[in-house]
Design a protein around this ligand. Structure first.
Ligand code: NAD
Ligand code: DAU
Length: 340
């Protein structure tokens, strides 16, 4: 079995590669990644020397490179993680999000059509459903919830989802989609809430909470997401969407306070800053379908997952300190410099 994993040098893609080598040691995994600011080859150092692993630096929008790779590898399965993934960056500059997330997905599926595959799996997000109000805790996103996006990022992901379903109906391409809630865990790029707060707290820097910190996210340990994708690509129904989430809703402010407590840092580091434009209020996934059809359930409780994650950032300082010492400094200054 040969699987092409795009975006495998990023947060979830790399964790997926590690998960798959544990679950299916005999599979051949080809990681295709453009190595944008969010991609980090050092993350893959433990698998680089494996005879059944190959890394290819390429852009999913580069049709020539993609078609050549498919010609060489004849993959049975393609799992598309490659994306511009940060909402705040999409608000600053949407163009690259449309390019990679929409046109890149189409290029990959055209290669799948030409060379034939058993499954093209699109890693999507719960953000395609928009948000839920805080005063209706009885409401959840199901696979039938209408698409209703808020940011250029979520709109680009929703567009890709529509294309994926259209390629299934029009060309009969064997596709599936997973829409997952917020992930956390090792190798999470420190521009996202949890790793940013851990890194800043460890450096005794202000912890910038948007608005009042009342927004709710539904957090899932990254390995549980990887397991869900493994189940879907092998046993999930073609043409179907599966929501993935662990009923673990938390307010941002509570997460930040928890990180302070775990690290023994004062809550006085918390600084309320200007809100994100169009900020989604609450995400909450109903995972009944994937549970009933594929038997998936999250295994890591948030109390354990957050401890494991913090421990990982303490033990792997070099990984994130290298990141925050480079280009990231300019990004940080631009986004947070005079944000009030
Ligand atoms: P990430 O930003 O950490 O990693 C993205 C990876 O894609 C990087 O390695 C980057 O180099 C690569 N990439 C970007 N543009 C590319 C291109 N044009 N060609 C090839 N490679 C390219 O993202 P992540 O958080 O790991 O998210 C992975 C996927 O999961 C994304 O599709 C995202 O929409 C989705 N998702 C993320 C979350 C989350 O909480 N992080 C939740 C649900 C869904
Ligand atoms: O729900 C799935 C989505 O989760 C994925 O599709 C995205 O790729 C992923 O980045 C994530 O999006 P969010 O916007 O929810 O994640 P982020 O970590 O950027 O922000 C989480 C919450 O924390 C959000 O309400 C904004 C807030 N926040 C974020 C940052 C970076 C802050 O208050 N301060 C910050 O500095």
């Amino acid at each position: 079995m040969t699987i092409i994993v795009t975006g495998g040098a990023g947060f979830i893609g790399s964790n997926f590669i590690f998960y798959m080598f544990k679950a299916h040691p005999d599979y051949r995994i080809v990681c295709l990644d453009k190595l944008t600011y969010a991609g980090n080859l050092s993350t893959l150092s433990t698998v680089m020397g494996k005879p059944n692993f190959r890394f290819v630096k390429a852009d999913i929008c580069d049709r020539e490179a993609i078609f050549k790779l498919f010609e060489e590898e004849k993959p049975e399965i393609v799992v598309n993680f490659a994306a511009e993934s940060h909402v705040d960056r999409s608000i600053e500059d949407p163009g690259i999000f449309l390019q990679t997330n929409i046109l890149g997905t189409a290029a990959l599926m055209d290669a799948c059509r030409k060379y034939g595959i058993k499954r093209f799996h699109q890693v999507s997000t719960d953000e395609v459903y928009g948000d839920l109000p805080l005063d209706r805790p009885d409401l959840f996103f199901t696979e039938r919830t209408p698409i209703h996006t808020s940011s250029p990022y979520s709109s680009s992901k929703a567009s890709a989802d529509l294309l994926v379903l259209a390629y299934n109906r029009t060309y009969g391409l064997s596709v599936s989609i997973s829409r997952c809630s917020n992930n956390y865990g090792p190798y999470h790029f420190p521009e996202k809430l949890i790793p940013l707060m851990i890194a800043n707290a460890l450096n005794n820097k202000p912890l910038p909470v948007y608005g009042r910190g009342e927004n709710v996210r539904d957090w899932l340990y990254v390995e549980d997401h990887c397991k869900a994708i493994d189940l879907i690509i092998h046993n999930g129904r073609v043409g179907e969407v599966y929501n993935v989430g662990g009923h673990n809703e938390m307010k941002n402010i509570d997460i930040v306070k928890l990180i302070c407590k775990e690290l023994g840092k004062p809550e006085s580091l918390i600084t309320y800053v200007a809100d994100r434009k169009g900020h989604d209020m609450r995400y909450a996934i109903d995972p009944t379908k994937i549970h009933e059809e594929l038997g998936w359930l999250p295994e890591t409780k948030f109390e354990d997952g957050i401890k494991k994650t913090i421990k990982w950032y303490l033990e792997n300082r070099e990984w994130w300190e290298t990141i925050i010492s480079g280009e990231y400094k300019k990004y940080y200054e631009k986004m947070y410099g005079d944000r009030k």
